[in-house]
Design a protein around this ligand. Structure first.
Ligand code: NAD
Ligand code: MG
Length: 392
């Protein structure tokens, strides 16, 4: 029986994963090792009971008593905190879903590679902050990383049976997010609620706001570069409001292979769960005649400066990705808490990158996970100090 763990089981990706696991036989079909979550301890316990997990872990120490109580009599172990998350990652499992949001997802996924697991990677921040290290760790242990981001799963599928050397370009699409049709000058007034209404995808709040600011696509540009090893100038972003075409791969002969599907993450998760086979999945089937038309447009650089920043980060290489992601997380926290405006986020990220360049700490490749985490912490401190300065 296949064993598995889900990190971030109570989130949007985690719930979709849980749904597929239940549909594909649940505890009769899989041996669940670890499930992890945050403050929604009641839901974590419910999932752990349903799948008969060995251990359930909450990220927060103060939630441990509640988790223990919710699991009483089940025989399922309860644990809490960062070290417990890492211990859960050390428990061997054949398939591990990495669906914690943010840089917090890096270390557990990295640790899971050590037992040669297949890592289904939704946590794009892992590749943005530590791509080369993560891929080297997978290679060292004979582990496999399968992309779960919809665009990257689409590219991965378009490449089946192809030679990566024949790839001329990769195009990832972006819906444009909640504020795509707002007049540019109004964007400075966008509230958290405005930015949190995604037109097509139902996702966690953070990635939804990142979609509106295009920071999500910026991260995905870097993710594409790191995962597929394709040069940055061969990776393009196309705004596609319908979110039906997830990505396209252009080959040396001019052929363009597109991946189409309903905007439902259960496709990409299910592909990674059943790979290399394809299993029936409960996603809506497309009716192209009913859709009628699909539209595409070039992204507006004034509206979405995050895309330019991502290109600068790829040009810098080294630890720039870790700085970029950390600064973006601080900027997003500050937007959500009302400290900075929607259009201030990119300026804050750019200023953080500039400061870190001045410290000459960018450009050098990270040689260890600790170095990445240290860069992440340093960049967060710089970004927070910049916000403090702006308030004076
Ligand atoms: P979410 O906010 O809905 O869920 C995040 C999960 O991680 C929850 O279980 C939460 O409890 C846990 N978590 C949050 N902070 C944590 C921390 N510091 N330590 C440990 N656990 C923590 O997020 P999501 O939308 O499911 O996204 C998860 C990841 O997948 C992100 O990296 C996101 O970019 C990526 N992703 C999501 C989607 C989507 O459709 N939601 C699509 C593509 C990629
Ligand atoms: Mg995506």
């Amino acid at each position: 029986m296949r064993s598995l763990s889900v990190f971030g089981a109570t989130g949007s990706i985690g719930e979709s994963t849980f749904d597929l696991l239940q549909r594909q036989g649940g505890r009769a079909a899989f041996r669940t090792v670890a499930l992890t979550g945050g403050r929604n301890v009641a839901r974590l316990a419910e999932q752990a009971r349903a799948l008969g997990a060995e251990v359930a872990v909450t990220a927060h120490e103060e939630c441990l008593a509640e988790l223990r109580a919710a699991l009483a009599g089940s025989g399922i172990a309860a644990a809490a905190g960062t070290s417990a998350l890492l211990e859960a990652a050390d428990r061997p499992a054949d398939w591990v879903m990495s669906a914690i949001v943010g840089a917090a997802g890096l270390a557990p996924g990295f640790r899971a590679l050590a037992h040669g697991a297949t890592l289904a990677l939704a946590n794009k921040e892992s590749l943005v902050t530590a791509g080369p290290l993560l891929l080297a760790e997978a290679a060292r242990h004979g582990a496999r990383i399968l992309p779960v981001d919809s665009e990257h799963s689409a590219v991965f599928q378009a490449l089946v049976g192809e030679d990566i050397a024949a790839v001329e370009r990769i195009i990832i699409t972006a819906s444009g997010g909640a504020l795509r049709d707002w007049p540019l000058e109004r964007l400075v007034q966008a509230s958290v609620a405005d930015a949190s209404r995604h037109p097509n995808w139902s996702m966690g709040q953070r990635i939804t706001i990142d979609s509106a600011s295009m920071f999500n696509k910026a991260l995905e540009l870097i993710e594409t570069h790191e995962y597929f090893g394709v040069a940055p100038d061969r990776i393009e972003v196309l705004v596609h409001p319908e979110s039906i075409v997830h990505a396209l791969v252009g080959f040396a002969d001019g052929a363009l292979m597109a991946h189409l599907g309903a905007p439902d993450m259960r496709h990409a998760i299910g592909y990674a769960l059943n790979w290399p086979a394809r299993a029936p999945l409960p996603v809506a089937r497309l009716d192209l005649a009913a859709l009628g038309r699909l539209s595409f447009q070039a992204p507006d650089p004034l509206r979405w400066p995050a895309l330019r920043l991502a290109r600068e980060v790829m040009a810098s290489g080294g630890t720039a990705g870790a700085v970029f992601n950390a600064a973006k997380e601080v900027a997003l926290d500050s937007f959500i808490s009302g400290q900075v405006g929607f259009m201030d986020m990119s300026g804050l990220v750019e200023a953080t990158l500039d400061k870190m360049v001045a410290r000459q700490s960018l450009g050098k490749a990270a040689t260890s996970l600790d170095m990445v985490l240290q860069t992440d912490a340093e960049a967060r401190a710089v970004a927070r100090a910049l916000i403090g300065q702006n308030k004076d």
